[in-house]
Design a protein around this ligand. Structure first.
Ligand code: NAP
Length: 259
């Protein structure tokens, strides 16, 4: 399908690997020029070079922590005028409800709620002025169904979801859409880290740990970053202008709910 966004310019945060990279690749395939960000410069440059070689689009890189004010400022300065914004960052650590104090919540809210809000606050005015924009926030399946050990993530991402629900309706009339993508289990470094935890806790091999994790997913497998990226690119396309303030679950059916 022709997405109609060739020549547009996108910032994809936290995109040297994983879901962010999947989004960057799919946008590049649609002819979108990119600004990519991650903390580690080496993987970021390697990803940028691979995307330039494969898709022939312009790729600018900014090695910075997107959750910190100065890092964000450097990214925004390099980005300039944007048509598309994909927000993303690492997720908060797991634990038990009684582990967390105020500082832990502030850190999680900063990274997974206030960072995407700050990016939208900076970028939406230009999109509105130009009469066209697409924002996609990478959140989590935990917004629809809580993951008990991820209380910090459940809290911060649900806060962002509430903000998007209202804001998306304030900007939709200006040609700008904001939607959230909610990943379930995907085949990224994070999945391997979670498998390591299962392998250790249950004294099984990594292969067995993967089978155990996949057994609770009706699709019987993890999602791929290519599938995730394709959904992101569609939400950023000309065809998706009537999709406003939605939370799109990509979880292989794992969240057991009728709607
Ligand atoms: P990943 O494979 O570990 O990739 C994370 C990417 O983000 C890397 O490029 C990393 O590069 C970059 N990054 C992390 N923190 C950053 C920061 N503060 N500033 C800038 N870049 C940063 O992770 P993922 O699996 O794609 O997950 C992405 C997000 O989706 C996370 O918030 C995760 O919690 C959420 N999620 C993932 C899944 C899943 O199954 N994968 C499920 C639900 C939710 P550097 O380390 O070099 O910065």
């Amino acid at each position: 399908m022709e997405l109609g966004i060739s020549g547009k310019r996108a910032l994809v945060c936290a995109s040297s690997k994983g879901l962010g990279r999947g989004c960057a690749e799919a946008l590049a395939e649609a002819g979108v020029d990119l600004v990519l960000n991650a903390r580690g410069a080496e993987a970021l440059e390697a990803t940028a070079e691979a995307i330039r070689a494969r898709h022939g689009v312009a790729v600018t890189t900014v090695a910075a922590d997107i959750t910190e004010e100065d890092g964000r400022a450097r990214v925004l300065e390099a980005a300039g005028d944007l048509d598309i914004l994909v927000t993303n960052a690492g997720g908060p650590p797991p634990g038990l409800w009684s582990d967390w104090g105020r500082e832990d919540f502030i850190k999680a809210l900063d990274a997974n709620m206030l960072t995407p809000i700050a990016l939208m606050t900076a970028i939406l005015p230009g999109m509105i002025d130009r009469g066209w924009g697409r924002v996609v926030n990478i959140t989590s399946q935990s917004v629809k169904a809580p993951i008990p050990q991820l209380g910090l993530s459940n809290a911060a991402r649900t806060g962002l979801t509430g903000y998007v629900a209202g804001t998306a309706r304030q900007v939709a009339g200006k040609g700008v859409t904001i939607n959230n993508l909610l990943p379930g289990s995907h085949d990224t470094d994070r999945a391997v880290a979670l498998e390591r935890g299962v392998a250790k806790a249950q004294d099984v091999s990594m292969e067995e740990a993967r089978k155990i994790r996949c057994s609770s997913i009706p699709s019987g497998r993890y999602g791929t970053i290519e599938e995730f990226g394709a959904t992101c690119a569609f939400l950023c396309s000309q065809h998706a202008g009537f999709i406003v303030g939605q939370n799109i679950l990509l979880d292989g059916g794992q969240t057991n709910a009728t709607i």
